[in-house]
Design a protein around this ligand. Sequence first.
Ligand code: HEC
Length: 305
Amino acid sequence: MTLFYPGQASFEWVQNGKTHGGARPLTKGGDSCMTCHAAELEAIGNKIVAGGETEPTPIPGKRGIINTTIQAAHDDENLYVRVQWPDAPHNPAPFVDGGKMDPDNQVKVAMMIAGTGIEMGETTGCWASCHADNTYMPFDPGAEAIAGNADVAGRLEATDTITKYLTESRTKVEVKGRRGKAQGGWDKLKSADEISQLFEDGTYLDLLRVYADGTSSNGYLLERRIVNDGEMSAEANLSAGIWTVVFSRPLNSGAPGDIPLEPGKTYTVGFAIHDDYAAARFHHVTLNTSLALDDDTAQINVTKQ
Ligand code: HEC
């Protein structure tokens, strides 16, 4: 699979006809990102990474795409995923002291699985959680505004910046940004009861992460990024210039925050690689990707072993 560099192309950006040519078919026509872009990810990634409207702070030398091999299998209990890609030389980020945004992790791998009841969750994958007011995004409200809304800041455990979240967790998310309005909706948080109900209904993105040293975290995204210590195991290594990350989790742990993977159902997933000590949005990602157990019509056919 081709993972490409998305810059600041947020969920708001893709839905706004002023910034994105595909906005209308996406929001009104039910098209998915892959419908239009499957064949041009290399061109998009290379263009954005070089800097421009969707990348005001480019990292010189950073690659626009990562050609990645993703394999998946299951047995009666677990899902197993192996992600492999070529390492690349270090390119310092000019806007960070020392050039490494996350000096402890040369790489990180994330896999998201879309739950139910997420608007455009199936057609956009990770984009459902990538907002214009997240960390390093154009409408990042800043520490002062966050501190100025103590109630919301407390509930989001936010100090400096806002993590990814689902639109469903907000009463309103500004998409168009007309008359100078900030895009996003970090501060329009629904009540704790409403958010618990969404969680119970499975309206969240399951989020599995593996770090360069092979440690991992299993959590989810709803009103913010939450690590809930779901069951998961992983390993990571770099050998002969190739990174290999392998992880597994129960098909159906029964635990809240883990989307159960059942035969006969097709899921939308997304993968992200943070390479070269990157953090936040400075990663490479897939568009909406389908995954199913023993079904060769899915892009990722998780075969029984
Ligand atoms: C109906 C087709 C269609 C759909 C669906 C669609 N797009 Fe687009 N997209 C376009 C068009 C048209 C452009 C403008 C292309 C150009 O300028 O060459 C574009 C441009 C882009 C660009 C900027 C590329 C560049 O060269 O700067 C990005 C990033 C992008 N789309 C991401 C997405 C994502 C993410 C989704 C799903 C959430 C999506 N698109 C869904 C048609 C679509």
